[in-house]
Design a protein around this ligand. Structure first.
Ligand code: NAI
Length: 726
């Protein structure tokens, strides 16, 4: 065992256990960590001179969370239920021992304590934390399909009562120090210099106790513990209804957390902890948790750490950047960059348009200020970093320019030429085009090596993903510096090779196309929308088509038709959208008319005339919801597989992270590749073949690679040789 803890006892008998994992800039919770906690605890408990313990960390955070490597290994070779239970109980039982062993323990939190790190703190008898903006505590496990399995649900329950604990756990809320203090999840706040002294003072005071409230005689859970109490009965009923409405029971973790509280409140602590452990094991054995952990935690963290960044290129810290086009996207990019501390030159055709782009930041920050989410100083400083202008000469000292003008090759070529003439030779020229191939755009410039695609999503300041597109001539340095920019924006990059629609736009398009196509087949539009939502898509395909704009989809198809000539393959939804736009002036939400009718009061209703354009099948001939779901899902799975086979995606991880964080693919499935592994590649191929025969050979066409994978008994996250990443 490598000991992660430093052990020191002072002359007052206070033992300080400092977690300091060797050769690492954070403490991660692996087996060594747990073994270290156990052996150091044993030592302190056995040492008669020790009166109390302080648990703290030598790193900038208290404990960083689970170890990625061992998590990944356990996804590839999942342990048996019994082994998992023993592992879970080894940790949870150890924390229970710590809180009942008779010596007081204080958690002295010098930095963030989330998940397992906060569970350790909750098992201490007192919690002191540094009062800093970086201090965050909470139990966010639900976000990766899990529950806190080391007592977190039971200690929240016993500290806060069901009514407060349940929403915190179901939302996986991360709390700032002041909020956690107010709730009673922290006991004291202090400055960094006084942290250990404050912890020690409590241990030396009369208040020091080695008994948790729930182990004292006569203790009652705040708000009660009987399922027969009307308040609690209603609360659990309402929660069950909400879970159905929000998750359609696609995610087992929220249900398991609710059960932990429902059963746990009626049981003594030791028994309740065992129940929690059982639910933890159950979730771990469910593919939903595995897929969410892999995509939302392991692969997203790797992407955030720039796993695709070419090696050997110096890091670029962007201090000043340019944005061309101050419309919806340009304004959002300028806002995000200024908020992240970069100077931004925001250029548009005239000063008024450029100013309007800056107003976007002003409006959003004013709202945030009103809600107490920023300060006047911060708002002023962010606004001061944006210079709206028409003057390209201000780009003379930028390290990167992002273009976000109209989706028109001619207009883009015009602004590239003006920018190139002004910006430094080695600066990155990025385009935010949503579909035009980057290699072609690069040909219109004199520096195709400096060109890269940075595909942002709307609204830029909220959407976490950026699709980075490598053109045929994009240099390693350009790609590396573009990725550095994405990291500076605190966004997650995926890397794709150039092609029309890259990955996310065409993958998303496959879903929309399938849903819209169904309308002309006479399928009830409400059935289409509900089928998608019940499968876990946040919004149905018709709603989303309206949001994106039917006119934009129409124009995009026309542009592709013009570009590709005889090679253009018209999507099955194009005639439907063309008819709505050209014959009925239905452009989508923007003009209040799309598949839905939008009313002035903000409400919307499916347009009643759809049925007179495309008569609906009689009720008894409408397809089942499962059939519609199979079509929408497999159209996307087939498309994702094609992207990998054609090297548009270099790794399934980019497809999974991009699908879930960019274009609303249900996260509980972990993305298209995780979903294919879980369903079984042979089953996916058989279903696509069936759908191809029934509906359309092209939309469900499966690349040979997938058939070969069946022959070779491969999976995407097992032994598939296409996987290139570590
Ligand atoms: P927009 O129409 O809101 O903004 C375009 C801006 O470019 C306008 O302010 C316009 O005045 C300016 N502009 C036009 N010609 C110019 C010129 N010659 N010089 C300087 N400025 C000029 O468009 P939006 O939605 O911001 O889209 C911009 C780009 O981002 C397009 O390529 C689009 O395909 C892409 N995109 C759009 C997304 C969206 O959700 N709207 C998502 C991802 C990419």
């Amino acid at each position: 065992m490598i000991d992660y803890f430093k052990y020191a006892v002072d002359s007052d008998g206070i033992c300080t256990l400092t977690i300091d994992q060797p050769d690492s800039n954070a403490n991660v919770m692996d087996q060594n960590f747990i073994d270290s906690l156990q052996s150091n605890l044993d030592r302190a408990l056995a040492d008669a001179s020790v009166k109390g313990m302080i648990l703290t960390s030598a790193k900038s955070s208290f404990v960083a969370g689970a170890d990625l490597k061992s998590l990944e290994e356990s996804l590839i070779n999942p342990p048996e239920a019994q082994e998992l239970y023993e592992k879970c109980w080894a940790f949870s039982g150890l924390l229970r021992r710590m809180e009942t062993a008779g010596k007081p323990v204080v958690a002295a939190l010098n930095g963030a304590a989330l998940g397992g790190g906060f569970e350790i703190s909750l098992a201490c008898h007192h919690r002191v934390a540094v009062d800093s903006p970086k201090m965050m505590v909470g139990l966010p496990e639900v976000g990766v399909g899990l529950l806190p399995g080391a007592g977190g649900t039971q200690r929240y329950l016993r500290k806060l009562g069901v009514a407060k604990a349940l929403p915190l756990l179901l939302q996986g809320r991360q709390l700032k120090a002041a909020k956690a203090l107010e709730l009673g999840l922290l006991d004291q706040l202090t400055n960094a210099d006084d942290l250990l002294a404050t912890a020690k003072a409590w241990l030396m005071s009369d208040a020091a106790t080695a008994e948790q409230p729930w182990d004292t005689k006569g203790y009652k859970i705040p708000g009660g513990n009987s399922p027969m109490m009307p308040e609690l009965a209603q609360l659990f009923m309402g929660t069950a209804a909400n879970l159905q409405a929000n998750t359609y029971y696609n995610m087992p973790a929220p249900q398991a957390i609710t059960s932990c509280l429902y059963e746990g409140m009626q049981l003594p602590m030791d028994k309740a902890l065992q129940i929690e452990c059982k639910y933890f094991v159950q979730l771990n054995l469910d593919p939903v948790a595995g897929n969410m952990v892999r995509t939302a935690f392991i692969n997203k963290t790797k992407a955030d750490n720039l796993i695709r960044r070419p090696q050997g290129v110096d890091k670029c810290k962007h201090i000043k950047i340019g944005v061309l086009g101050a419309g919806l996207m340009g304004a959002g990019i300028a806002f995000s960059a200024a908020k992240a501390g970069m100077e931004v030159v925001l250029i548009d055709r005239d000063q008024e348009a450029a100013d309007k782009g800056k107003d976007y930041t002003q409006t959003r920050l004013a709202k945030a200020l009103g809600r107490g989410r920023t300060t006047q100083e911060k708002m002023d400083a962010t606004l001061a970093r944006i210079t709206p202008t028409t003057d390209y000469s201000l780009l003379s000292d930028v390290s990167l320019v992002v273009e976000a003008v109209f989706e028109d090759r001619g207009v883009k070529a015009e602004v590239f030429a003006l920018a190139e003439a002004a910006m430094p030779q080695d600066a990155v020229l990025a385009t935010n085009t949503s579909a035009l191939p980057v290699t072609g755009l690069a040909q219109t410039t004199s520096r195709p090596n400096n060109m890269v695609g940075l595909h942002f999503f709307s609204p830029v300041e909220h959407m976490p993903l950026v699709e980075v597109i490598r053109g045929e001539q994009t240099s390693d340095q350009t790609l590396a510096h573009a990725l550095d920019f994405v990291a500076q924006l605190f966004k997650t990059p995926i890397l794709v090779n150039d092609s029309r629609g890259f990955f996310t736009s065409r993958f998303f398009g496959a879903f929309l196309n399938e849903g819209v196509t169904m309308v002309a087949e006479g399928i009830n539009p409400a059935l289409i929308e509900n089928a998608a939502r019940h499968l876990g898509y946040p919004v149905g395909p018709l709603s989303i088509s309206d949001e994106v704009g039917l006119d934009l989809a129409y124009k995009g198809a026309e542009q592709a038709r013009a570009d590709l000539g005889a090679d253009f393959k018209e999507g099955s939804s194009v005639p439907i959208i063309t008819r709505l736009v050209t014959e009925h002036e239905r452009h989508g939400r923007k003009n209040g008319k799309g598949f839905y009718q939008y009313n002035d009061d903000g409400s919307k209703k499916l347009w009643s005339e759809l049925a007179s354009i495309w008569p609906q099948l009689p009720k008894d001939q409408q397809p089942t919801e499962a059939e519609l779901q199979a079509r929408m899902l497999h159209a996307q799975l087939a498309d994702a597989a094609t992207c990998l086979a054609e090297n548009i995606l270099v790794d399934p991880a980019d497809g999974d992270v991009g699908g879930c964080f960019g274009v609303g693919f249900p996260l509980y499935m972990g993305g298209p590749f995780a979903a294919m592994d879980t369903k079984g590649i042979a089953n996916v191929v058989a279903e696509c073949d069936r759908l191809a025969q029934t509906y359309d050979a092209e939309r469900f066409a499966i690349p040979q690679m997938l058939r070969d994978m069946i022959k070779n008994n491969q999976t995407f996250y097992g032994s598939n040789p296409v996987v290139t990443s570590a």
